[in-house]
Design a protein around this ligand. Structure first.
Ligand SMILES: [Cu+2]
Length: 200
């Protein structure tokens, strides 16, 4: 079915990420799906690393330190979420302006906003990293969305994410795909027709 994502040619999202800041998209249909991680209103529906998942990705770029990077194994063939923390030990504020991966057609910054009792998703054009501060992407809040991965992302795989900062430049983090304790589809691609088409 046509969606904002499926209409976009591969790679278009990288350029489009900066222009979709006002695009609000419904996420209510995503409860229980790991791809978004935003709509889970109960603990059971929230993808959470299991206790056996100790793998996380990290990288350093000058005063910036990328920590605790992970991707919950996706329950969708079309989208996956990624989470990490960026700490800034320097006195200069920086901004995460773009993320790319060779394994996904596009990677966009998203945040979750509560609206009238429902949670919706909104694209962010950038993510500030304060001086002597940190930016944290966590389940239910800010996160990365990997759209149309070249293959289904499964636990045990690693996904290179290249983060570009306004001042510090670019760094590639190898991000492990980890298991999660939320509801799992029972087959390879459950819930047809309820894919991420509502997810902008
Ligand atoms: Cu999202």
């Amino acid at each position: 079915m046509p969606t904002p994502h499926s209409r976009a040619p591969p790679g278009a999202g990288r350029r489009g990420a900066a222009t979709t800041g006002l695009l609000a998209v419904a996420c209510a249909a995503m409860v229980g799906l790991a791809g978004c991680g935003a709509a889970g209103s109960s603990a059971a529906a929230t993808p959470t690393r299991s206790v056996t998942d100790t793998l996380v990705g990290s990288a350093d770029l000058g005063d910036l330190h990328i920590l605790d990077a992970y991707i919950p194994q996706q329950s969708s063939n079309t989208e996956a979420a990624a989470y990490f923390t960026v700490t800034n030990s320097g006195g200069t504020a920086d901004t995460l302006t773009a993320v790319t991966s060779p394994l996904a057609a596009s990677v966009t910054l998203h945040t979750t906003v509560a609206s009238g009792g429902a949670e919706t998703m909104r694209s962010l054009s950038q993510l500030p990293v304060p001086a002597h501060g940190a930016a944290t992407l966590t389940v239910g809040h800010d996160h990365l969305m990997l759209t149309n991965p070249v293959r289904r992302l499964m636990k045990g795989q690693e996904v290179p994410l290249t983060l570009t900062f306004a001042h510090a430049g670019a760094v590639t983090v190898t991000v492990p795909v980890v298991g999660f304790t939320g509801p799992q589809p029972t087959d390879g691609d459950s819930m047809p027709g309820m894919d991420m088409s509502t997810h902008g």
